[in-house]
Structure formats: C-alpha cells, structure tokens
Design a protein around this ligand. Structure first.
Ligand SMILES: [Zn+2]
Ligand SMILES: [Zn+2]
Ligand SMILES: [Zn+2]
Length: 136
C-alpha cells in the first residue's frame, strides 16, 4: 500500500472526487475521507457545536458565554442557564444547615455573617461571636 498515492478519493459526504485526502477527526464519527470543502464545513459545524451547550438541569441549548459554571460546592459538572443557576443557588443556600466556619450543624437559630466578613452561608453562635470580636 502506498500512503502517498495520488489516486483521487471519493468524498464520503458529497461523493465528489477529490485529489486531496482529508482524514476526518475521530470525534466527527465519519468513515472514509473528505474533500477539502466538506472537511472545512465539518470543522465549522463542530466548532459551532462546541460553542453551544445544554443546561444540565433543564436542557435548554445556549451559547456557552450565556451559561454559568456551577459553584464548586454544588458538586456538579456541566453548565447551567441563568434561571437554573439562580434556582440552584437559592435551594443550595436554604439547604445549608451547617456553620460555614466550624461545620457544626445549625439549629433553628443561625447567624448571618456581616457583609464585610466576606462569608457565604450562616454561622453558629460561637463563630459569629468570634468573628465579631476579631472583625467587628
Ligand atoms: Zn466533499
Ligand atoms: Zn436551565
Ligand atoms: Zn461555627
């Protein structure tokens, strides 16, 4: 077999003869060879697809820049649309029942940290007091 054979190939997509053999990328799941035009159009198609993704919660398809990365605490992979992100954020916040500093389970009484403490979530009494003492 001569790898440098100049024999024209038949493009898998448009069925035209082509002098240049373009090997499709494995992620395209295309068998055979492509002519230059089809190769370029596949490249474009896959590039565009890679710029769009579905929200992992509701499945809506959006441009990647319009999707949000889940917060690391959510332990999720994939991207979320803004409404799902907000919903998830709220649910997550209301579900958090542990002190953000010491991890102690919080009861009915919880303390919301002051803005300047730059803490998310809620604190137990002891941690709130110690932050108050340190940071005011
Ligand atoms: Zn072609
Ligand atoms: Zn969504
Ligand atoms: Zn605590």
């Amino acid at each position: 077999m001569n790898l440098f054979s100049r024999k024209p190939i038949i493009c898998t997509i448009c069925k035209k003869e082509s002098a240049h053999k373009n090997k499709p990328k494995s992620e395209w799941k295309i068998e055979g060879s492509l002519c230059g035009d089809c190769y370029v159009s596949q490249m474009k198609k896959f590039y565009e697809q890679s710029l769009r993704q579905k929200c992992v919660i509701c499945g809506i398809e959006k441009d990647v820049p319009d999707l949000w990365e889940p917060r690391y605490q959510w332990d999720m992979t994939g991207l979320l649309c803004k409404p799902c992100f907000d919903k998830k954020d709220l649910t997550y916040k209301s579900q958090r029942s542990n002190c953000q500093t010491c991890g102690k389970k919080l009861g009915m009484i919880r303390y919301t940290p002051k803005k300047k403490w730059v803490l998310d979530g809620q604190l137990c009494r002891e941690c709130w007091d110690s932050h108050k003492a340190k940071l005011g």
